[in-house]
Design a protein around this ligand. Structure first.
Ligand SMILES: [Zn+2]
Length: 201
């Protein structure tokens, strides 16, 4: 396996074939990693968080849970999970979220970092929207959704198995706020040997 470190506030993308696995690791703890996935044969079919919780009946995922596409078909399954706390509800941070909520004007957010990293694989940036927010802690109380500090510890890892050939992008979340416990750090991805990893740094 090949380990690549995504620096803080950046993104990386790669292709995995059906049956292969890859890992996403929180290097220093309390750092969110956003993930998108697209069917290689037709990237307009992609991970849908909404249809994932429609299929599973749960708004969080952990070991043995499957992520589903816009067509309702499996695309990734979590086969190991050190953390157990991952968000399906929030959209990825982006330029206006960073400016309006985190006082970080004119900065790339996860949406831009994921889009830039996966562009060489031919994915339309407009389709980069529904993310699994790995290590992100969200709560829902009386209809109100809130972000809490992540509970992930240094080295916490989530392993994914590809249920079909797909393109995956992962970002190290850029929010200097509660979402990352006030500070940002790197994320490691571990992919099969020989995988081309596309980055935006
Ligand atoms: Zn983010």
């Amino acid at each position: 396996m090949l380990e690549r470190r995504i620096p803080e506030k950046r993104g990386a993308a790669f292709e995995v074939t059906a049956g292969e696995t890859f890992d996403v690791t929180d290097v220093a703890g309390q750092q969110v990693a956003d993930l998108v996935a697209f069917a290689a044969e037709d990237p307009t079919e992609r991970l849908s968080t909404k249809y994932t919780y429609r299929r599973s009946g749960r708004v969080s995922v952990t070991t043995d849970d499957t992520l589903y596409t816009t067509e309702g078909d499996p695309i990734l399954t979590i086969t190991a999970d050190d953390c157990g706390d991952h968000d399906l509800l929030y959209g990825p941070c982006n330029e206006w979220i960073l400016a309006d909520y985190y006082d970080q004007p004119e900065a790339n957010g996860c949406r831009e970092n994921l889009s830039e990293a996966i562009a060489p694989l031919g994915v339309d940036p407009a389709l980069v929207l529904e993310t699994l927010n790995i290590f992100m802690r969200a709560t829902v109380t009386d209809g109100r959704i809130d972000i809490r500090e992540p509970q992930s510890a240094p080295g916490d890892t989530v392993r994914f198995r590809a249920d079909r050939d797909c393109y995956v992008a992962v970002s190290a979340c850029a929010g200097e706020s509660t979402v990352n416990a006030g500070d940002t750090g790197p994320i490691d991805v571990t992919v099969p040997d020989g995988t081309d990893v596309h980055t935006n740094w």
